[in-house]
Design a protein. Structure first.
Length: 134
């Protein structure tokens, strides 16, 4: 389950976490071919997007926070053609939300010109001091 800054942005953008999961699953399920599903920071807002081939948000102004592999090699052995079930399981149980939060915090600290240390895998929520974030 997402925490801290990522959780707040998800709630602001998508509402309850289940709505976020439904939207992520829907986008991934709508992909006809393989590719990637991404949670990105785009002009200060979270977005769910998909890319195909070797495309990625790294080639745009979007900042990737997490990615899910939608190519058949990622899910077919365990899920057969049920990509939606694979994505639902990943989002609900496997996604490393601390890593997504870390990526968000790195981007935010870069914008504030206040770098985070590599060991800092979470950033404080608004109004919370850095010392109380642990």
């Amino acid at each position: 389950m997402p925490r801290r800054a990522v959780a707040e942005l998800i709630a602001d953008e998508f509402g309850p976490h289940r709505h976020f999961c439904e939207e992520f699953n829907s986008l991934a399920d709508d992909r006809i071919d393989g590719g990637w599903a991404w949670l990105v920071l785009d002009t200060g807002r979270l977005r769910i997007t998909a890319t195909s081939g070797a495309n990625s948000p790294y080639f745009t102004t979007q900042v990737p926070l997490l990615a899910i592999d939608l190519w058949e090699h990622a899910y077919y052995i365990d899920y057969q053609p049920r990509r939606r079930d694979y994505v639902a399981t990943l989002v609900a149980h496997v996604v490393n939300w601390e890593f997504a939060n870390y990526n968000l915090c790195l981007e935010l600290s870069a914008r504030m010109h206040a770098p985070l240390e590599a060991k800092d895998w979470s950033c404080p929520t608004p109004g919370e001091s850095r010392s109380s974030a642990t």
